[in-house]
Design a protein around this ligand. Structure first.
Ligand code: KG4
Ligand code: ZN
Length: 336
């Protein structure tokens, strides 16, 4: 069974065809970085306008490789995200569903990230199974879950303020780097040294995160330090403080939930090279089987949406979104 999936929750227009075993036949993405970069962040109206430009050509491209007769299910991201962006994906996928008389499911984007360790392709294979701990680190979310089985997720902790990707993007703007900032902070940090001290936030017990204090301390530091001269070391120091907090929380998490022998770090920020290095070392030291999907499945993609949809469809769980309506909120399942 194959699904054609569409992801348009923010500023990446993505289309994918995935099988029920998680094999990704095709994953297409058109980003809008150049369009939003001059504004230092995503401009919602521009994002939806560009989704409406890019989505149909990408779907055409996908259907040229896999005729619609081979597709059993359609899926789109229904929440959370920018309302206008979500609507473009939902309206176009619903139209295809009417036209070709195919079933359709609306999928929660965060659930897609949670299940992304099950994706594989010709260049990446990893055996994966439930149960596992999942840390979702993205532009909008920093959430830690127990993933017991399909649709059975228990939220263990989340950010009390900014998401980690948001913190990276804001810091990038402070030091004059373009959008999307996380990628550029990562690149600069590779050439810098940790010469500046940033506080380690949320040292107290518990699995919640906080990044707004770090952002404020960066703001104060930058009133004294010329970022044009010290950009690389500023980036290395900031990144190190962010990752320190994440690793502290992962340590605390496995000490509280020692029965878990698998952990996944997913979402756009899991593309960060320093975080990846630290996570691999952490997994080795703690004998944890770690899923760290390749970059193409860390950042937004439609394959994770398609895989989630097909699993829900096959298990008869249509609670995903029967009305198939777009919604900017995360929904109850992750406690927001
Ligand atoms: O999952 P994602 O593609 O979209 C959301 O669901 O938000 O995550 C995007 C976030 C952005 O904040 C971006 O700056 C960050 O992921 N990001 C990174 C890196 N690559 C993307 N942050 C740090 N280092 C990276 N290499
Ligand atoms: Zn995402």
């Amino acid at each position: 069974m194959k699904v054609l999936a569409v992801e348009t929750s923010c500023d990446d227009t993505c289309v994918s065809i995935v099988g029920e075993d998680g094999f990704v036949d095709l994953s297409l993405r058109q980003d809008q970085n150049e369009i939003h970069s001059p504004f230092g962040g995503v401009v919602p109206e521009r994002a939806s306008r560009n989704h409406s430009r890019h989505l149909l050509p990408l779907i055409d491209q996908a259907l040229k490789k896999h005729p619609i007769d081979n597709i059993s299910l359609l899926a789109f991201t229904s929440r959370p995200g920018l309302m206008g962006s979500l609507l473009i994906g939902s309206v176009i996928t619903k139209t295809l569903s009417e036209l070709y008389e195919k079933p359709i499911l609306g999928i929660n984007h965060i659930e897609g990230h949670i299940l992304s360790p099950f994706l594989w392709d010709k260049g990446y294979q990893k055996t994966w199974d439930f149960p596992y701990l999942a840390l979702v680190v993205s532009g909008g979310h920093t959430h830690l879950f127990e993933v017991k089985s399909l649709s059975k997720y228990h939220l263990l902790g989340k950010t009390l303020d900014d998401a980690v990707g948001e913190a990276f993007d804001k810091f990038a703007r402070f030091v004059g780097l373009p959008y999307p900032g996380g990628v550029y902070v990562d690149q600069e940090a590779q050439r810098g040294e940790c010469l500046f001290s940033f506080p380690t936030a949320m040292k107290k017990k518990g699995l919640n995160f906080s990044f707004s204090g770090l952002k404020t301390s960066a703001h104060l530091l930058l009133q004294k330090v010329d970022y044009t001269k010290h950009r690389e070391s500023l980036c290395a120091s900031f990144q190190s403080a962010v990752v320190r907090q994440i690793m502290n929380k992962l340590d605390e998490c496995i000490s509280l939930y020692p029965s878990y022998k698998r952990a996944a770090v997913v979402g756009g920020v899991s593309a960060n090279s320093y975080l990846r290095k630290k996570c691999i070392k952490w997994a080795e030291e703690n004998s944890i089987d770690l899923a760290l999907p390749p970059l193409r499945y860390c950042t937004d993609n439609a394959a994770m949406i398609g895989y989630t949809a097909i699993q829900k469809y096959l298990s008869g769980d249509f609670s995903a979104d029967l009305s198939c309506s777009a919604n900017h909120k995360s929904g109850d399942f992750i406690g927001l």
